[in-house]
Ligand binder design. Structure first.
Ligand SMILES: NC(=O)c1ccc[n+]([C@@H]2O[C@H](COP(=O)([O-])OP(=O)(O)OC[C@H]3O[C@@H](n4cnc5c(N)ncnc54)[C@H](OP(=O)(O)O)[C@@H]3O)[C@@H](O)[C@H]2O)c1
Length: 243
């Protein structure tokens, strides 16, 4: 398969790129900072199947230029994985000094970023047989999942962005419905990445473990879609998530 993954510098994005490369796929890796990207270490091993492409999902110019580059190598993409995200402040309550500009940046990256990538990517997905869109969001975007991790009176930007990203996936699934396209929205569990600026010490999983779970899902996606639907929201360990 030919796969585009966004946000591959670090964390889950890098782990996903490596897992799909190890499985023999071709990966277009969207990097925000190619010079500091951890994926650079995989360059020499997958010279013929790893395309490292600069892509800032907050810029439609950057996203278009990335797709122009991808189109030099392929006319179709079997799968797009929207993974890039930022956290922003996750401590302040509604009565504290909230940074509204930062809140906008978080929503711009985590939710509108998905829309920018789909705007240029969906036509390439529809040229493939697989036609699979995978959006990494979070339980933080679920209004119905009673998870104590998300029952906090803060993280406005991040939580709102993930609910909006879920809706972006739902709307795109409606567009894709009669065209054979499908959308899997995934909560990737609690991972030891550097989203907080330091390695999360209490996390349950390493990003590599979650990447293994996600390739398991995308290898056999049929079992996750409710009857007659082209959209699902699940956790990386396969549980149905509440919207
Ligand atoms: N960690 C968790 O427990 C957890 C839980 C639920 C959901 N998630 C979700 O899982 C996904 C991966 O997160 P992670 O934990 O792996 O975090 P991470 O290590 O911080 O990775 C996020 C990646 O996104 C990139 N990125 C940030 N802004 C970007 C932009 N404007 N354009 C392109 N790339 C950009 C970052 O690049 P730079 O590093 O170069 O800035 C980084 O490579 C995210 O969608 C996150 O919300 C994570």
């Amino acid at each position: 398969m030919k796969i585009l993954i966004t946000g591959t510098d670090y964390g889950l994005g890098r782990a996903l790129a490596e897992v799909y490369l190890q499985a023999g796929h071709t990966v277009f890796a969207g990097e925000l900072n190619p010079r500091k990207s951890m994926l650079g270490k995989a360059d020499h091993m997958y010279r013929d199947r790893l395309y490292r492409i600069k892509m800032d999902v907050t810029s439609i110019t950057s996203v278009k230029e990335a797709f122009d580059e991808i189109k030099k190598h392929t006319e179709s993409l079997d799968m797009i994985i929207n993974n890039a995200a930022i956290l922003g402040d996750n401590t302040k309550t509604i009565v504290e000094e909230l940074d509204f500009d930062e809140m906008k940046r978080v929503i711009d990256t985590n939710a509108i970023g998905h829309a920018r990538v789909c705007h240029h990517g969906v036509s390439m997905l529809l040229e493939s047989e697989t036609r699979l869109l995978v959006n990494i969001t979070s339980e933080a975007g679920s209004l119905g999942t009673p998870d104590p991790n998300c029952d906090i009176p803060s993280a406005y930007g991040y939580f709102m962005s993930k609910a909006a990203a879920n809706m972006c996936g739902k709307i795109t699934a409606t567009y894709l419905r009669d065209k054979g396209g499908r959308v899997i929205i995934i909560h990737p569990l609690y991972m030891a990445t550097y989203m907080l600026g330091y390695k999360e010490p209490n996390a349950t999983f390493e990003p590599e473990e979650v990447a293994d779970m996600i390739i398991g899902i995308t290898n056999e996606p049929d079992r996750f879609f409710p009857e007659g639907r082209n959209l699902c929201f699940i956790s990386a360990d396969g549980r149905k998530m509440e919207w």
